[in-house]
Write a protein that binds this ligand. Structure first.
Ligand code: HEC
Length: 170
């Protein structure tokens, strides 16, 4: 089938219109404001480096969970390892003086959690009742700070079963 000159001209006009519309659209997309961030970065007093507090907290949650199963199994080296990971993570928040929504979360984390870590470290894991008691104190500390930092809806509990099925805590 042979196209008439008129039809070709029309097709060209439509193509040109579509192209300019596309260019306009891409310009709009580029100049449109960036979408709101889902995970907000928090201010740090001393450094330029940004800290994603939510991600740091998810690491704390993971180490705290693993600490529980290691401690319950009386596995001193493994419990010591997770305590160390917790200490390091909290020290980092403290050193960076992380402030979230005007709340000095970094300083608070150090002041509130370090004494509990020390007591957990001093425990003899052969005494499961003493471990349970101190672990409960840790969980209460997490929640006390969540309430104090307007995140009381994040409720931490003693873990029921291990998330990671591919790791032995024995
Ligand atoms: C110094 C105060 C403070 C302490 C202590 C604290 N948290 Fe948080 N936590 C926060 C704040 C503030 C947020 C909200 C972070 C955000 O805005 O993303 C949070 C959020 C969380 C979240 C939600 C993020 C997620 O990945 O689901 C979890 C889980 C969490 N904390 C676990 C813990 C655990 C477990 C402990 C105790 C071992 C703990 N936190 C101790 C202040 C604290």
């Amino acid at each position: 089938m042979k196209l008439s000159k008129g039809l070709v001209a029309l097709a060209l006009a439509i193509a040109a219109f579509a192209l300019s519309a596309l260019a306009l659209l891409s310009f709009y997309i580029k100049s449109a404001p960036a979408p709101a961030e889902t995970s907000k970065k928090v201010e740090i007093e001393d450094e330029d480096e940004d800290v994603e507090l939510g991600i740091v907290m998810s690491h704390i949650q993971r180490y705290a969970e693993k600490l529980y199963f290691a401690g319950k199994a009386g596995n001193t080296p493994l419990a010591g390892f997770y305590l160390h990971e917790l200490e390091e993570t909290v020290e980092d928040l403290e050193q960076k003086k992380v402030v979230d929504d005007g709340i000095p979360v970094g300083e608070m984390a150090g002041a509130m959690l370090k004494p509990v870590f020390q007591r957990l470290r001093a425990l003899d894991l052969k005494d499961p009742a003493a471990f349970e008691k101190e672990y409960l104190a840790l969980v209460e500390t997490c929640n006390t700070c969540h309430v104090a930092s307007k995140h009381g809806f994040v409720k931490i509990i003693v873990p029921r079963s291990p998330t990671y099925q591919n790791q032995s805590f024995e």
